[in-house]
Each structure stands twice: as structure tokens, then as C-alpha cells.
Design a protein around this ligand. Structure first.
Ligand SMILES: Cc1cc2nc3c(=O)[nH]c(=O)nc-3n(C[C@H](O)[C@H](O)[C@H](O)COP(=O)(O)O)c2cc1C
Length: 208
């Protein structure tokens, strides 16, 4: 009886662990197509297999989007204006919503449940992708929240999105950059401030 109780406790602790943050795998240093081939193959896809992304693909994808590629300076795969690193990357799947912590290369859970419908907005196809990446611009990192700063924030979000587009093209994943989403629903769910703007998202999945 005692053995069963101990086993049950271990099992409960393990599932609790799994339900929390996700420590991502070390990103690959090789693999994928050549950059030129990825440019040839890049395109918007709006149909996805419902198959869950492998841990390896998810880890590489998130790192390619905005991971640290220089440990000494903490700089990223994506350049940002004045190195402000103001793009917050959220990951939505069928279980939860996570915020990417680049220093720890970890997805930190921010909300329970399947909220991919908020990413989809009025485009239903997007809620079928197993995972969606959302770029939120944190304008509080800028000295002034003026028009030029807003444009720079938008450029920086677009660069992260293009990293995702190219990673997908190079690794036979499907994606589309999208401005469509339920902005208010996302703001509410994630508790974003006025200066944190959900700007663009990329649903990602394997070909159907
Ligand atoms: C900033 C931006 C916003 C976009 N928003 C949407 C969108 O909300 N929904 C959608 O289905 N496609 C969206 N797209 C994808 C474009 O429709 C697509 O890139 C364009 O039709 C060209 O097709 P291609 O990507 O296959 O070359 C967006 C693209 C960009 C760059």
C-alpha cells in the first residue's frame, strides 16, 4: 500500500512538473536547407497538420525566432533598434500560453488552457495550427513612445516574424505571418500594459 502511495505521489509531482514551464532543448548548429533554398521555398501556408511539434522543432523554432546567439553580450538571432530587445515572444498551444525567456531558453507558463482562438481572430484556420507564436512589442523599452519609436517596434517585430518564416521554409514547416488576431482578448488574457502591443503572429505546423 505504502509503495503505491509513494508511486502515486511521484507521478503527481511529475505531471505537475510537465504542466509548468518547458525547458527547451539546445538549438541545433546544423540542419535545415541552405539559406538560398529557404528563400526559394518561403511562402504563406494556411493549412496545417494537427500533429504536435516535436520538442526539437519547437526548441529550434523559438531559438531561431529570438534566441541568444552570443553568450558574452546576450544578443539575439534577431537584430533590434538600439539593441532594445523589446519583442516579447509568446507561444500558444493546445494546453497553455508561454512567454519565452531567452536567457534560460525556457518557455514560462503564463496561462492555462487552449487560447489559440484568440490568435485566430476571424480566421479560423489559425486555431488549427498546433502552435502559434505571437510577437508583442514592449514600447516601455523606448525613451519616448512617439511615431518613430512605434515604427521601429513594428520593424523589430517583423524581423522576428521573418526569422520564423525562414526557419519554417528551411525545415519543411508551414507558417504565415498574420496581423489578424483578437487584440483585446489577448491583452486581457496576458495582462498586457498599454505599452505592450500584440503586433504580429505566426501559426506553425507540419504540412497537412
Ligand atoms: C505584416 C503582414 C500581415 C499579414 N497579415 C495576414 C493576416 O492577417 N492573415 C493572413 O491570412 N495573411 C496575412 N499575411 C500574409 C500575406 O497575405 C502574404 O504574405 C501575401 O499574400 C503574400 O503571400 P506569400 O507570403 O505566400 O508570398 C500578412 C503578411 C504580412 C507581411
Amino acid at each position: 500500500m505504502r509503495k503505491i502511495l509513494v508511486a502515486a505521489m511521484f507521478s503527481a509531482a511529475f505531471s505537475l512538473c510537465r504542466a509548468q514551464d518547458i525547458k527547451l532543448l539546445q538549438p541545433d548548429t546544423q540542419g535545415g536547407k541552405t539559406l538560398m533554398k529557404a528563400f526559394w521555398d518561403r511562402k504563406s501556408d494556411r493549412e496545417y497538420s494537427e500533429k504536435t511539434l516535436t520538442d526539437k522543432d519547437l526548441s529550434n523554432l523559438v531559438w531561431a525566432a529570438t534566441g541568444i546567439n552570443r553568450k558574452d553580450s546576450g544578443k539575439r538571432t534577431n537584430p533590434t533598434a538600439m539593441n532594445l530587445q523589446e519583442i516579447m515572444l509568446y507561444v500558444f498551444n493546445d494546453k497553455a500560453v508561454y512567454l519565452y525567456d531567452a536567457k534560460k531558453h525556457t518557455l514560462v507558463k503564463k496561462a492555462d488552457g487552449d487560447h489559440r482562438n484568440l490568435i485566430a481572430g476571424r480566421q479560423d484556420f489559425a486555431s488549427k495550427a498546433p502552435v502559434s507564436l505571437l510577437m508583442v512589442v514592449d514600447m516601455s523599452k523606448y525613451m519616448d513612445d512617439d511615431e518613430h519609436a512605434r515604427l521601429m517596434g513594428a520593424v523589430d517585430a517583423g524581423i522576428v516574424s521573418q526569422n520564423i518564416n525562414l526557419y519554417c521554409a528551411a525545415n519543411n514547416l508551414c507558417t504565415v505571418p498574420r496581423g489578424t488576431m483578437d487584440q483585446n482578448g489577448i491583452r486581457k488574457l496576458l495582462g498586457l500594459t498599454e505599452l505592450q502591443i500584440p503586433l504580429i503572429n505566426n501559426p506553425v505546423g507540419y504540412p497537412k
